[in-house]
Design a protein around this ligand. Structure first.
Ligand SMILES: Cc1cc2nc3c(=O)[nH]c(=O)nc-3n(C[C@H](O)[C@H](O)[C@H](O)COP(=O)(O)O)c2cc1C
Ligand code: FES
Length: 458
């Protein structure tokens, strides 16, 4: 494997791509070519780095120098000064808001320093379109352990003991859900991933799917083996074309490498995973509505019981988990339940990914231990309220319409329409072109290979 003295990790998440990250990358390739540095310096396009409001972003590894708000015309200076002369360029670094001093290293910036990355551990560190990058960071080791060393009961016990609760909103204990389904006897079962993410302003799941698609597949493989499923679907909203493209690439690469499909790693266990596009209806994020939608029917919730673990997709026992829930599973299997419990609170273990948005200085994606004070998130990580304004309230849990005060107390429950009017920076999903999405899904059912990048709005 070729070694490079510097890896230029250019963020190619949706936010940075929208502000010309690909032009920055082109300028980098041109400049590196001109200076004949291509054998020494490698450019890697990554998923969302997290500090979205400061994009386009590039970090230079292994030193961890962080550049932000880059323009294509800034690149020649960086290549000349940093890559040729070894002098990182202050002009494009993050500055402390008060002292205005430049902070060269990413991990010294308060936004990053106080985070603990578990579900997001590979963000900005790997090329999401290259399975080897994922494998080099312990990727698929947990799946190998679950398939070759552990029994389904042992896997479920580790997940139960870890205390992880589903990250999709309801907070149901994941291990318990798997256990219910594993005990049901059926000729076929399904494992589903909920990538619908309809909450306004949220992009945690999109970022994971874009930055680290293989971790979602690995979580599903482990869950599939634990419950006895042989078929899986990832339900993704069609407004997430980059996530869909990277997930499909990941599925194809995992199949080619023998990590997905028939007889994975010669373990005797087979799992096939397909992507299903949702048309962007908020209700289709709810589990029973999602399953109806996957069956090709109108996405409407149904009363429970029966619970999906007994009667789910096409009336077969089914487990549905959120993207972030799956992203936590491989690390739990590798490091153990106790390791996972070290962070968080007694009832809510581990970490949680949040999106900081609205009137904050630092906007982006963060991962913090459960139970961390709201104030730490707002002031230490979020950098405080923008333009030095006074704090009024935080809208939490997206669609759940609660406003929190400074001490975390609930101030009021507000109708979402009113919140959106009060906080115009929050955005809501778009319904998309249902007919094109239908054609995409039907094409897949007939076994047609779909385009790597479906363009549902083309
Ligand atoms: C109206 C409604 C919308 C929902 N939207 C989502 C969603 O977008 N993504 C998600 O993972 N869960 C969503 N949920 C929760 C799911 O029904 C389900 O509990 C979750 O996907 C299970 O995964 P988990 O156990 O890993 O959290 C929604 C629930 C309701 C009632
Ligand atoms: S998209 Fe680049 S930092 Fe989020």
């Amino acid at each position: 494997m070729q070694k490079f003295r510097a890896n230029l990790m250019v963020c190619a998440g949706t936010g940075c791509v929208a502000c010309n990250a690909l032009k920055v990358k082109k300028s980098l390739s041109d400049e590196i070519g001109k200076r004949r540095l291509q054998d020494e310096v490698q450019i890697v396009l990554t998923g969302c780095n997290g500090f979205c409001a400061n994009g386009p972003i590039m970090s230079v590894q292994p030193d961890g120098i962080f550049y932000q708000k880059l323009k294509p015309e800034d690149i020649p200076i960086i290549v000349e000064e940093h890559l040729l002369k070894g002098r990182p360029v202050e002009k494009f670094m993050f500055r402390e808001p008060e002292s205005k001093t430049a902070v060269p290293k990413m991990n010294d910036i308060p936004f990053f320093k106080l985070q603990v990355l578990r579900a997001l551990r590979n963000k900005g560190m790997i090329d999401p379109e290259n399975i080897e990058d994922y494998i080099s960071r312990d990727g698929y080791q947990a799946a190998a352990k679950a398939l070759l060393e552990l029994t389904p009961e042992e896997t479920i016990k580790i997940v139960k003991d870890s205390g992880i609760r589903g990250r999709g909103g309801a907070g149901f204990p994941t291990g318990l859900k798997w256990e219910f389904c594993s005990k049901v006897i059926s000729s076929s079962k399904y494992i589903l991933c909920n990538g619908d993410e309809g909450d306004p302003g949220a992009f945690m799941d999109r970022s994971i799917m874009e930055a680290d698609p293989h971790v979602v597949l690995e979580g599903m493989i482990i869950a599939g083996k634990a419950i006895g499923a042989t078929k899986g679907y990832i339900y993704v909203r069609a407004e997430y074309p980059l996530a869909v493209k990277r997930l499909q690439l990941a599925i194809d690469q995992a199949k080619e490498t023998g990590l997905l499909g028939e007889n994975i790693l010669d373990s005797g266990f087979s799992l096939d995973i397909e992507i299903y596009l949702g048309a962007g209806a908020f209700v289709c994020g709810e589990e029973t509505a999602l399953m109806r939608s996957l069956e090709g029917k109108r996405g409407m919730p149904r009363p429970r019981p029966p619970f999906p673990a007994v009667k789910g997709l096409w009336d077969k026992p089914t487990v549905l988990n959120n993207v972030e829930t799956f992203a936590n599973i491989p690390q739990i299997i590798l490091n153990g339940a106790e390791w996972f419990r070290q962070l968080g609170t007694e009832k809510s273990t581990g970490t949680k990914v949040f999106v900081l948005t609205g009137a904050m200085n630092n906007i982006g994606l963060i991962e913090v231990p459960m139970g961390i004070p709201l104030k730490t998130i707002m002031y230490d990580i979020g950098g405080g309220i923008s333009k030095g304004r006074k704090f009024k309230a935080v809208q939490g849990r997206h669609g759940r319409h609660k406003l929190y005060g400074e001490r975390g107390e609930i101030l009021s429950r507000v109708h979402r329409g009113r919140i959106l009017r009060q906080m115009p920076s929050l955005q809501s999903g778009d319904a998309g072109d249902v007919r094109q999405i239908d054609r995409y899904n039907r094409g897949k059912r007939k076994g047609k290979r779909h385009r790597a990048s479906p363009r549902p709005f083309a």
